[in-house]
Design a protein around this ligand. Structure first.
Ligand code: SF4
Ligand code: ZN
Ligand code: ZN
Length: 305
């Protein structure tokens, strides 16, 4: 297998593009796809202060590496969720990556926002699914830390596989509001809300993993132990099966949706400021502050029972 551009030995075959590339030309291809997303959707400019959410997985670390190589100013934010060995390993790998590249990394612990509980413990206390609680925590913390520290944009490493699986899930359940909000850029509509962007929408999970390997980026390979049975993994696997016989399915599915936006764009909700913390909410008190109150009450119940 030879590189289509230079004829040297190819290291990867990209069936959906009918293309084989050597190491150097795959690297060029990867950076071009990131640039394409930034330019097409006007995600951010060179002078913006970017904060990237880094989990320790291949997507966020590869994207951080690529954005810095493209000349952007990007700092990282890692949330230690307290999910046993998985979180210990994720934090260590993220810290080592930041140190090695001399990138600025902010670390936040879930306990500081969950009344001293980790994600699994808080989810047990509240009898709420860990992923729903974890999602709420991550959205809140990423935005709040970014605003407090003066960043303009919050960057996340959602890739083409993640986004097409989310699209499939939202279509299967007709989540029209989510479908309107599914876009590579979400503008800020409140003084305490960061603009959110996804520059990896043109790259598949496999392409990101290949970039990480070629750039010698060490990342956490295992999935979060609490993700077992998650429907999003089933949607990914269904799309991967289609991709085997019809290369390019995921790309067409997602990007035709993004071009057409058949459900329209996100309605600009009238966002209020939470009466407790001042961060955006659609009700008087935000979900994070309400969750904290419930956690406090549950600790009190335990002490008094
Ligand atoms: Fe959080 Fe793990 Fe669920 Fe992902 S799978 S949302 S990291 S609890
Ligand atoms: Zn080549
Ligand atoms: Zn609040």
């Amino acid at each position: 297998m030879k590189c289509r551009i230079c004829g040297q030995k190819a290291v990867i075959k990209l069936r959906q593009h009918n293309l084989a590339l050597c190491e150097e030309h795959f690297d060029e291809f990867f950076l071009k796809r990131v640039k394409k997303a930034i330019k097409e959707y006007r995600l951010f400019g060179q002078s913006d202060k970017l904060l990237i959410a880094v989990s320790g997985g291949k997507d966020s670390l590869s994207l951080w590496d690529a954005l810095v190589r493209l000349g952007y100013h990007v700092d990282g934010l890692h949330i230690d969720l307290g999910i046993g060995e998985y979180s210990i390993r994720s934090r260590k790998i993220t810290e080592e990556f930041a140190m090695e590249h001399k990138f600025r990394l902010i670390i936040v612990e879930a306990e500081d926002f969950l009344e001293g509980y980790t994600v699994p413990k808080a989810s047990q206390r509240l009898r709420r699914s860990p992923c729903s609680l974890c999602g709420l925590l991550k959205r809140y913390v990423m935005n709040r830390v970014g605003v407090e520290k003066g960043y303009d944009v919050l960057v996340t490493g959602h890739n083409l596989d993640d986004e097409s699986a989310t699209l499939l899930g939202n279509l299967l359940t007709w989540q029209e509001e989510y479908l309107r909000r599914q876009y590579p850029v979400l503008e800020s509509t409140h003084e305490n809300l960061l603009r959110k962007v996804k520059p990896l929408i043109y790259l598949t999970e496999r392409e990101v993993a290949a970039y990480a390997v070629l750039r010698s980026i060490k990342y956490v390979e295992e999935e979060c132990p609490l993700s077992r049975g998650a429907t999003s993994l089933e949607y990914k696997s269904a799309l991967n099966q289609l991709e085997v016989h019809h290369p390019g399915t995921k790309h067409r599915f997602l990007h035709t949706f993004l071009q057409r936006r058949p459900f329209g764009s996100a309605k600009s909700l009238q966002l209020l400021s939470c009466s407790e913390c001042g961060y955006p909410t659609t009700s008087k008190v935000c979900s994070m502050c309400r969750t904290k109150v419930r956690l406090k009450e549950s600790s009190h119940e335990i002490r008094t029972s």
